[in-house]
Each structure stands twice: as C-alpha cells, then as structure tokens.
Design a protein around this ligand. Structure first.
Ligand code: UDP
Ligand code: MG
Length: 319
C-alpha cells in the first residue's frame, strides 16, 4: 500500500482562492505521486463560510475522489478546523496549509523529504522575515514571543506558521489534547517530537482578504499566554505583596510623623490618588484571575471543539 499524505486546509470565505489552490495542489501532488510513490487526500474544512465555498467544495469533490470535505455547522475558527481535519483524515502523513496560497504547496515535497528521508517527525515552515507587515504588528509579534518564551516552559518560535507536515504519530499525540482553548503553536511545541524548520519568505495573499484584524491577533496572543503560562497569576500575587509592603511603610511613616513630630496627616489628594491607584491594581489582578476562571469554565463544560453539518470523507476514515 502506498503511504497517503492528507492535506488539511481550513477555508473560511475562500471562494476566490479555492480554484487556484486546487490547481496548485493538483500539480504538486502529481509530481510527488510520481517521484515518491505516495497517494494524496485533500481534506478541506469549511468553517461556516457565507460565500460559495461549500458549493465549490461539493463540485470539486464530485470531480476528484481524492478531495474530501467537512463542513462545520458555523464558524468555529481555524484551530477548530485543524482539529476536525486531524480527527477525520486518513493519511499516514498529515500536512496543514492555508487556503489562500500564502503557504506555498510547492514546499510539501521538501517537507515530505524531511520526514521520509531525514527521519524528522514534523517539518514546519517558518517565516524568515516579517517584511510587508505593518511595523506595529511586527513589534507586537516580536514582543509576544519574547515574553511568552520568558514566562512559559513551552517554547514558541517567532515566525513559526502552522504550515507543517507531521507523521501520524504526532497527530495522534495532538489529538490526545482535546482542550477547548486551542493555541496550536503552543500545542505543537508542547507535544515535543523532532521538528525541522524550513525558512520561507512571506507571500502576499493573492485573493480575498485576511480574516485577522489587529484586535483579533491581540486577543489570540492573550489566549496563548493564558493557555501556556500561569505567570500572570504570579504577577498578580507579587503586585499584591508589593503594595502591602508599600502601604506598611507609609503607615509607619505617618504614625512616626504624627506622634513624634505632631504634624497633622496630610491631605485629601493623597488619599484619593492612593485609592485610585490601588483600586486600579486590584481590578487588574481580578481581571487576570477572571481570565483564568473563564478559560477553566469553558474547559469544564466539555463542549465539542467543532460540529459537522455535512461531510464527504474517505472510505478508509469512515470505516
Ligand atoms: N480561516 C478559517 N476560519 C477562520 C479564519 C480563517 O478557517 O475563522 C482560514 C482561512 O480560510 C485561511 C486560513 O485560516 O485558509 C488563514 O486565514 P487568513 O489568511 O485570514 O490568516 P492570515 O494568513 O492573515 O494569518
Ligand atoms: Mg492568509
């Protein structure tokens, strides 16, 4: 039996990208099928698109029996799509790539060689530069990686994308992490295994537009920090201790000033400032606690990560 490579592709409103993508993966797979004697499965996951994405997937799957699809009941986000793909793919090697051709399928051959010939468990693409990205975004991205690598034991690589190919073993390991808050960069790093990094240059999106606004990215980075580090809780406690000590010093100072020097306690303004300042810090710390509590709340509910409305899967997977 030939080994099967499954390509998992999350799609959210990608009607313009799908045909160019299909053309590209067909040509890449044809040359790889010939060169390495492998078979392909294309598993596209429709993430509740509101455009013609699903219609195109249905059509393509009728024409090409290597192309399977899962259509989710609503928009669950890219991470959920990848998880749905992992659970429903048939491949011995599994690759994840974006639908918008920003992850050049031509790199798949190199990835396959990394696994099949060099013995790596996972080969991932890493952007070598952030050229073409807004400066503020690059700055925040760099700061995020610097911070997360300081405060979390799970190391994350700056510029790492989720464009990667893995062995079945790695995917099975990832599937044992059924957490609801999925921050895949952290999850990939947490499961370990040998990863080879391939550098590539950022490619501009050819069709459609990005689904990530700055605020979405910012919230996503907070998710990463909270999912893989408890350091913010420590910061909250340290701040608490610090302010307790400061207030102790001030109390001693005031007591000495009043009893030994007889100066009356000074002013309204100082008190108001202190109340606002400490109140702010308290709210900040409660906020941090709240974030962890919210995540825990969502986890203990054990809601499914995705729901399928319609699908066409390979015979091997269905059995
Ligand atoms: N995507 C998705 N669900 C979403 C948002 C995005 O499945 O809610 C898919 C999208 O179709 C694309 C990939 O995730 O295939 C990457 O999205 P995008 O290109 O918008 O992100 P960027 O490349 O700007 O990081
Ligand atoms: Mg993109």
């Amino acid at each position: 039996m030939k080994p099967i490579i499954s390509l998992i592709i999350p799609c959210f409103n990608e009607e313009e990208s799908l045909l160019p993508l299909y053309k590209e993966i067909c040509s890449v797979s044809a040359s790889m099928e010939e060169k390495y004697g492998v078979d392909f499965e294309f598993l596209l996951v429709n993430d509740g698109s509101t455009d013609k994405t699903l219609e195109i997937l249905r059509e393509l799957s009728c024409k090409d029996d290597r192309l399977h699809y899962i259509s989710l009941s609503r928009n669950f986000g890219k991470e959920s799509c990848i998880f749905a793909g992992f659970e429903n793919c048939a491949g011995d090697y599994i690759a994840v790539l974006d639908a918008d051709l920003q992850h050049p399928p031509s790199m798949l051959a190199q990835m396959y060689e990394g696994i099949a010939n060099e013995g790596y468990d996972c080969v991932s693409a890493r952007r070598s530069s952030r050229a073409g990205e807004p400066i503020i975004r690059s700055f925040f991205a760099r700061s995020f990686y610097r911070m997360i690598n300081k405060i979390s034991r799970t190391k994350m690589v700056n510029g790492a994308t989720d464009f990667s190919m893995m062995t079945r073993q790695v995917v099975d390991a990832i599937l044992t992490m059924p957490e609801y808050n999925r921050f895949s960069k952290g999850i990939y790093s947490w499961v370990g295994f040998n990863t080879k990094w391939l550098h590539y240059k950022n490619v501009e999106r050819a069709h459609g537009s990005t689904k990530w606004s700055f605020s979405k990215l910012f919230i996503y980075s907070l998710e990463g920090i909270i999912s893989f580090s408890t350091a913010p809780l420590i910061i909250a406690s340290v701040l608490g201790i610090l302010f307790f000590l400061i207030s102790l010093i001030i109390i001693i100072y005031i007591v000495i000033e009043t009893f030994f020097y007889g100066t009356p306690g000074s002013g309204y303004a100082t008190i108001v400032c202190a109340i606002f300042f400490i109140g702010g810090i308290q709210l900040f710390c409660t906020g941090i606690l709240g974030q962890y509590l919210a995540k825990t709340y969502l986890e203990v509910k054990r809601r499914p990560i995705y729901l399928i409305k319609e699908s066409k899967l390979s015979e091997k997977q269905k059995s």
